[in-house]
Design a protein around this ligand. Structure first.
Ligand SMILES: [Zn+2]
Length: 387
């Protein structure tokens, strides 16, 4: 759950609620730590105002870093879903993996270069005497250190940090295998994350509780992100060139919109499935009206089951629940993961051609490559009319 705040060149920029926590924390650290030292003998309110402004500028710095990634990705013909600012900084959500090792390299390196460049420019401007002494100088000094730290931290060669992406690009170029390159770069990333957590534990025992906890949290976050990226790439390689028709269920059991929830509950029980596409009446044109899942049924009080129609419960069919037989299985997996339902209806010329769930896809992954190849084309029997 994020709040969309603004769009830059068509890139939606959102804020995760956790960002507010870290914004408050940063403001506090600046207001009681840095500014009283940098600007002695000022009222407390002045320190808090400085803290608020400086913390905001830190996020602007992070945003510029992310925008640089996104702009270069756009220049390489990639789609950018958006930028999200969260508790650990920011992330650019690119629509797909970069087209080449070279593109990956350029997209990754521009971020740290932007941060280091910002630090350099602000430092030079300060040294040249363009920044008035007092408040502006204290803020600019802090921004220099912050951007320097962001630039250097991101160059650590553990995926998914920018340095890890550089490593991945180099390995990809070298071996020609994106999957293997991601695996190695993720392992380095997970190793670095673990090291960060261990250092965090030592710092806590050394008395630096907040700093230590912070390092542990960042380590956990990086470890999770490294693992997620690895799984994603592995999945993409495994699903490879498969199309939706290769992995979908062609024998689909459907329900009618006018059936009651009580009848529906029986069907779940009989067929051992967790969801059904809902189809128009038998004589109709075979159009899919929506999807109904066992989880939705459990939200309805049991005494209403005999009188409630499936139609009032189902999730009506929208674009995010539909794929075509020719779509790639990997894209379908991404779509199913994002639609909050884990399932997709496969339509061909508006008619039901199959059904696909994330569970089906995981079953495909469990098969050996030979097994997947053997399955190709096997399930293309014509669909029976709705049960
Ligand atoms: Zn970056």
């Amino acid at each position: 759950m994020t709040f969309r705040v603004v769009s830059v060149r068509g890139i939606p920029i959102s804020i995760h609620p956790s960002w507010l926590v870290v914004y408050a924390l940063l403001t506090w650290m600046l207001a009681v730590g840095y500014f009283p030292q940098a600007l002695p003998d000022q009222p407390a309110l002045a320190y808090w105002v400085h803290g608020l402004v400086a913390a905001l500028l830190l996020f602007v710095s992070v945003l510029l870093h992310e925008l640089s990634h996104s702009f270069v990705a756009l220049a390489h013909g990639m789609s950018v879903r958006g930028i999200t600012l969260h508790v650990f900084g920011g992330v650019s959500e690119l629509g797909e993996e970069p087209p080449s090792a070279r593109a990956e390299f350029v997209i990754a390196i521009v971020g740290p270069l932007t941060s280091l460049g910002l630090a350099g420019v602000l430092w030079a401007v300060g040294r040249a005497g363009f920044v008035p002494a007092g408040s502006p100088e204290a803020v600019v000094d802090y921004l220099v250190v912050f951007n320097l730290a962001v630039g250097l931290f991101n160059l650590i060669p553990g995926f998914p940090l920018d340095g890890g992406r550089l490593l991945r690009a180099a390995l990809w170029r070298w071996t020609g295998q994106l999957g293997r390159a991601t695996e190695t770069a993720s392992q380095v990333g997970a190793g670095f994350a673990l090291a960060l957590m261990i250092v965090g534990v030592f710092r806590i025992f050394g008395g630096a509780v907040v700093a230590g906890l912070w390092m542990i949290l960042i380590g956990m976050f990086l470890r999770g992100a490294a693992e997620a990226s690895r799984v994603q790439v592995t999945l993409r390689e495994a699903l490879g060139s498969l199309a939706v028709r290769d992995v979908m269920t062609a024998q689909v059991i459907t329900v009618r919109p006018d059936e009651t929830i009580a009848e529906l509950a029986d069907r779940f029980w009989t067929h051992h499935v967790a969801s059904f596409p809902v189809m128009g009446a038998p004589a109709a044109d075979g159009r899919v009206r929506g999807i109904v899942s066992v989880r939705q049924v459990s939200d309805v009080p049991r005494d209403l089951w005999p009188t409630t129609a499936v139609e009032s419960l189902m999730r009506p069919l929208t674009d995010d629940l539909v794929v075509a037989q020719g779509d790639s299985a990997y894209r379908a997996f991404e779509k199913a993961s994002r639609n909050g339902f884990g399932r997709l209806v496969v339509l061909e010329s508006g008619r039901l051609a199959g059904y696909l769930s994330i569970t089906d896809l995981t079953h495909v992954l469990a098969l050996r490559p030979g097994g997947v190849a053997a399955k190709r084309g096997a399930d293309r029997r014509r669909l029976r009319p709705a049960a």
